[in-house]
Design a protein around this ligand. Structure first.
Ligand SMILES: N=c1c2ncn([C@@H]3O[C@H](COP(=O)(O)OP(=O)(O)OP(=O)(O)O)[C@@H](O)[C@H]3O)c2ncn1[C@@H]1O[C@H](COP(=O)(O)O)[C@@H](O)[C@H]1O
Length: 173
């Protein structure tokens, strides 16, 4: 999708030279709870006016997450054979797999450009473009969102580092 000139939204603060917040967050996240607790007195329980994260996550929503992609998949599927003049999805599907893949690739490149530039707001829009074109690709190839959700669920709890280490060794690699 052709885009107007974009500016950094400043949505992400520049990291300080002294301490890298990313490194600090990463280190804290990797520390085991046991290590963190070792040698420290139990801190008083903090109370917060904010709703618990757990409540937010379990709140029913038809507007976010996989539900949106499920609905988008149904709409795009329904556009098969529709008038390309009225539906962009119909037009893309009529143009064929290579064109769909090309468009997906273009959107992915636009996405990574915004990511590298640190343009958070633009990255959101480009991410939506990537997901839309990914869904069109699923429809064209004949896989369903549930297939992908199942694969993601299967991977849950398996560290990428551990998975890579467990791969059979290829002496030619
Ligand atoms: N999420 C999207 C979505 N994201 C991007 N686009 C369209 O993708 C197009 C990208 O434009 P480009 O110029 O990059 O691509 P192009 O028109 O193929 O041009 P070329 O590069 O091939 O020359 C624009 O027309 C955007 O509007 C989308 N079109 C549709 N959807 C969703 O799909 C649903 C069904 O849309 P239709 O199939 O159009 O009814 C909509 O209700 C939306 O929910």
């Amino acid at each position: 999708m052709p885009k107007a000139a974009k500016q950094d939204t400043g949505a992400q603060a520049a990291p300080s030279k002294k301490t890298s917040p990313k490194k600090a967050v990463g280190k804290a996240a990797l520390k085991s709870p046991q290590k963190k607790a070792a040698g420290k007195k139990a801190a008083p329980k903090k109370t917060s006016a904010l709703p618990a994260l757990k409540e937010l996550r379990t709140a029913p929503s038809r507007e976010t997450g996989a539900d949106v992609l499920d609905r988008l998949f149904d709409v795009v599927t329904s556009r098969r054979g529709a008038d390309p003049a009225l539906s962009h999805s119909a037009r893309l599907l009529a143009r064929g797999r290579r064109k769909i893949a090309q468009k997906f690739g273009e959107e992915a490149v636009e996405c990574l450009i915004e990511a590298v530039a640190g343009n958070a707001r633009e990255l959101i829009g480009e991410s939506a473009d990537v997901l839309y074109h990914l869904v069109v690709m699923w429809v064209d190839v004949g896989i369903r969102p549930d297939d992908v959700w199942a694969e993601l669920a299967r991977r849950e709890g398996t560290s990428g580092v551990a998975e890579k280490a467990a791969r059979p060794h290829d002496p030619l690699a």
